[in-house]
Ligand binder design. Sequence first.
Ligand code: 0CG
Ligand code: SF4
Length: 316
Amino acid sequence: MTMPPLTLYLAAPRGFCAGVDRAIKIVEMALQKWGAPVYVRHEIVHNKFVVDALRDQGAVFVEELDECPDDRPVIFSAHGVPKAVPAEAARREMIYVDATCPLVSKVHIEAERHHENGLQIVMIGHAGHPETIGTMGQLPEGEVLLVETEADVATLDVRNPESLAFVTQTTLSVDDTKGIVAALQARFPAIVGPHKEDICYATTNRQESVKAIADKIDAMLVVGAPNSSNSRRLVEVAANNGCGYAQLVQRATDIDWRAIEGIRSIGITAGASAPEVLVNEVIDALRARYDVTVELVETAQENVEFKVPRVLRVPA
Ligand code: 0CG
Ligand code: SF4
């Protein structure tokens, strides 16, 4: 039986970013250095496949520090933690390693600098996301106000409109954030902030490559987890840029074959926490049903690398 033809536009860059790469390495190196179990506060990155693999090697995933014993090392996830978390670990004299992405730490430092300059901070982010909790948790309660949408800006109750700064989550939609920043600047002309926002290079690049293919495909599959902010944004970017069907899939078994019946072209990308093996699994599943021609659409090249913390670079 002949298989129907399918053009597969493979987005690049896709998948692991430098912060994810580093965070996973930190857990692996900690296991080598201290042996199992090593505790990890929150999913090291938002991917079940990654978490399961590390759990098999002896990592124990918990949500809060009080679930960890004093005498085992603990690692903080790539998304960052409120200041109170390392402070409590230090008080308990625990060994801890911070796997917060350096680009998230940079936002923490920015927020602190604004606070020292007497400014109240507006954070653009998603309520309840660990990165938002971590960044807001760098400063005392009430010093960071959260806005999620342009509509939130209108109802914002600030201390002094003349003394304001903004920071953002690193994994937001570039386009939506532009609108929120513009609304902030319109209502508070004196607000200070980064040149554009704090969205990281990886988030920006992955959204760009999706934009480059969104209007030439019948469907888009984004490999990533439902709790992964940057992955979910890729689904939205595809849908907002002309792709009629965009779905988040954790792996090949999530593909809704009926929904994509009759397609002639498809786009594939992966969030910053999704391993390439899962992308290959999805491509193989398509190859089993279609005569696939792959076209790589590369809109940027990445060469960012982050060092692991020093404690892991020196012998035990
Ligand atoms: O995109 P978010 O912030 O939800 O995180 P994820 O673990 O999916 O990816 C990058 C990091 C950290
Ligand atoms: Fe760092 Fe960006 Fe990756 Fe988050 S998505 S870990 S901020 S590089």
